[in-house]
Design a protein around this ligand. Structure first.
Ligand code: ADE
Length: 252
């Protein structure tokens, strides 16, 4: 059976998945814990990316080389920088760039040297399934909540995410990054610190990759406060709901 890696950016998310894992077995590699088992009828390996591009690359490479996973699905939170991308929304990535990649003047800004590209696309079919899963989860959550309140307003976006080894915590920095990316023809919806690295590793190995991020903050001066609160209160619930929908959708 196809083995799906569920890669979490946050320990809180991973713990929830581990709690639900059947026939669970933990293996230590590269100073990390990998959890093997079955989740919602699928064979899975659960792993924590840790923070930043290098740590995430180690985790992704170990998932592929040591555990033979067939595809990687990444969950986590991100700072919204696109117009209309607000806290509580969900972004399903259709591609990634590294906003801190700059080997100019040798290569154009953002281009990854020797790849001839800045953008790494996510797997179209897996991404479409993830989008359907995210929309399904949000619709269900708000159908339940609407008994109490009419407010939903949560939007599931699909688009580009930019990653870099930087927590974007000022409106000025967010605007600088956005302008630079737009100037190079990239329209980012959100920023985080790992996804582009995993997209590049999956590109190297020819492995399907998809990612979903819940927006925890607007990458502005308030970002660190919003981030902590959001991680504790909302992010894991979203990640679990969306991954449950996805695993039930994928062929067994
Ligand atoms: N992850 C969540 N919010 C973020 C931000 N503002 N910058 C980088 N990574 C994030």
């Amino acid at each position: 059976m196809t083995v799906t890696a569920i890669l979490s950016a946050l320990a809180e998310e991973q713990q929830g998945f581990v709690d639900l894992l059947e026939d669970a077995r933990c293996v230590r590699r590269a100073g990390r814990e990998f959890w093997i088992g079955r989740l919602h009828g699928q064979d899975v390996v659960l792993a924590l990316s840790r923070y930043g591009k290098v740590a995430a690359s180690t985790t992704a490479t170990t998932l592929i080389e040591s555990f033979g996973v067939d595809r990687i699905v990444f969950t986590g939170v991100a700072g919204g920088i696109g117009a209309g991308v607000k806290v509580g929304d969900v972004v399903v990535a259709d591609g990634y760039v590294q906003h801190d990649m700059d080997a100019s003047p040798l290569f154009p800004r953002f281009e990854v040297p020797l790849y001839g590209q800045a953008r790494f696309d996510c797997h179209p079919e897996l991404t479409s399934n993830l989008l359907v899963a995210a929309q399904g989860f949000i619709a269900q959550s708000y159908a339940q909540a609407s008994a109490v309140s009419d407010e939903s307003g949560v939007v599931v976006h699909r688009g580009l995410i930019a990653s870099g080894d930087l927590f974007v915590g000022s409106a000025e920095k967010a605007s600088d990054l956005q302008q630079a990316l737009l100037g190079a023809g990239h329209v980012p919806l959100a920023v985080e610190m790992e996804g582009a690295a995993v997209a590049q590793v999956c590109h190297d190995y020819g492995l399907p990759f998809a990612a979903v991020r819940t927006i925890s903050d607007r990458a502005d001066d308030q970002a660190h406060v919003d981030f902590m609160q959001f991680v504790q209160e909302v992010a894991s619930r979203y990640a679990h709901g969306i991954i449950r929908e996805l695993l039930e959708l994928l062929p067994k």
